[in-house]
Design a protein around this ligand. Structure first.
Ligand SMILES: Nc1ncnc2c1ncn2[C@@H]1O[C@H](COP(=O)(O)OP(=O)(O)OP(=O)(O)O)[C@@H](O)[C@H]1O
Ligand SMILES: [Mg+2]
Length: 363
């Protein structure tokens, strides 16, 4: 059997700028034709990783492979990788045709081929008839599509996108999320997409890398990461969550706020201090008698499709609940959660140990 190469591999990649380490041993194996997202707060190293893949920045140590070949010391223009920058970096003094044609022109491709390819790209990003326009006469979304066309005309195996949607308003941003995802599926090339927006990451990706301080904290499918965050950082970063201190009683039993609950986690020492995370949409509001916990409603905010209720339990933990029910501010309510709604997190568990534990104790 022929070994299927990864599209991009990083092995033990580190980066320091002036004695400050900004990447600590990054390992990634990206399969061909998938949509990957690097998600993390400002300064965590997302752009640095993209620049190392593209060849604009040299890793301090470690290896970069593209399509199975080591390119750690190969120049950026020799890699079959293209980048869409956050500010698009389009040429304002050139029209759209020339902007998109740029990569082929510098390679000396003949005019007829360039014309044909540019038309094809304009069709792809739905900007037919825009050839003569200048960049200043475009909306943000249109500029972004020109930037994508300009990158794709070089037929890269890998397209790197550095927060390409962050300048757009919410509606356009959502439209472009669909368009980008659709484009990626159609072309079947590997996308590495950078964002600090968790909803965007969840909606678009096949696989997400959550980063913090130059390290991969957790990687997995959007569902994995949303449902089973490895620690408080990921739980907090990916969506709203309730996190309370807890103690493992035995496999599948956990205690918090003075009560014991069934859960689906095992493989943790009994008596071990842990945290549990429960998503706001997984908390059910009941009468106080029917509740597993009793809480007092503090505030209620109408959020369109649900009410966001903030309540405090008997230990004064804050609970956020997303519900379609109406409650009275100041009233006592019951809270209920099923075993699958309670996610137990260990302190400082490595991603490998976490994955192994889940695999053993799931289903
Ligand atoms: N050329 C450089 N010289 C010195 N420090 C740098 C350089 N480039 C990046 N850094 C530092 O490396 C860290 C990571 O930067 P990077 O641009 O990769 O973050 P990021 O995750 O892309 O952040 P943002 O979301 O704000 O774009 C930051 O602390 C940044 O200040
Ligand atoms: Mg950046």
């Amino acid at each position: 059997m022929v070994k299927q190469n990864y599209s991009v591999e990083l092995h033990g990649v580190t980066k320091s700028f002036d004695n400050t380490q900004v990447l600590k041993s990054i390992d990634m194996e990206l399969e061909k034709g998938k949509f990957y997202t690097l998600l993390g707060p400002s300064g965590c190293g997302k752009t640095t990783i993209l620049r190392i893949i593209a060849g604009f920045t040299k890793a301090s140590s470690g290896q970069v492979l593209i399509d199975g070949t080591e390119v750690t010391r190969v120049a950026a223009n020799q890699r079959k990788v293209n980048t869409v920058f956050q500010d698009y970096a389009l040429f304002p003094h050139m029209n759209i045709f020339d902007n998109i044609a740029f990569g082929l022109s510098v390679k000396g491709v003949d005019k007829a081929t360039i014309k044909e390819k540019v038309s094809e790209m304009l069709r792809l990003v739905r900007l037919e008839g825009f050839e003569e326009r200048y960049i200043d006469a475009l909306s943000g979304g249109q500029k972004q599509r020109v930037a994508i066309a300009r990158a794709l005309i070089n037929e890269p195996d890998v397209l790197l996108l550095d927060e390409p949607l962050s300048a757009l308003d919410l509606k356009l941003r959502t439209d472009m999320q669909y368009e980008l995802r659709e484009l990626q599926r159609r072309l079947g090339i590997t996308f590495v997409f950078v964002t600090h927006d968790q909803e965007e990451a969840l909606a678009m990706s096949d696989w997400i890398y959550v980063l913090n301080n130059g390290e991969i904290v957790q990687s997995g499918t959007p569902v994995d990461i949303y449902d089973e965050p490895i620690n408080r950082y990921v739980a907090d970063f990916i969506g709203e969550s309730n996190i309370v201190d807890a103690k493992m009683i035995e496999d599948y039993r956990v205690e918090f706020v003075g009560h014991t609950f069934d859960c689906e986690d095992g493989g943790i020492l009994s008596g071990e201090a842990v945290e549990v995370v429960i998503r706001p949409e997984d908390v059910e509001i009941t009468s106080p008698e029917a509740g597993q916990l009793i809480a007092k409603v503090d505030t209620q905010l109408f959020r369109g499709v649900f009410n966001e209720v903030i309540a405090y339990d008997e230990d004064n933990n804050e609970w956020m609940i997303h519900t379609t029910k109406k409650v009275e501010t100041g009233s006592r309510i019951g809270l209920r959660f099923g075993p699958s709604d309670i996610h137990v997190m260990r302190f400082n568990e490595s991603e490998e140990d976490f994955d192994a534990r889940l695999e053993q104790y799931e289903d």
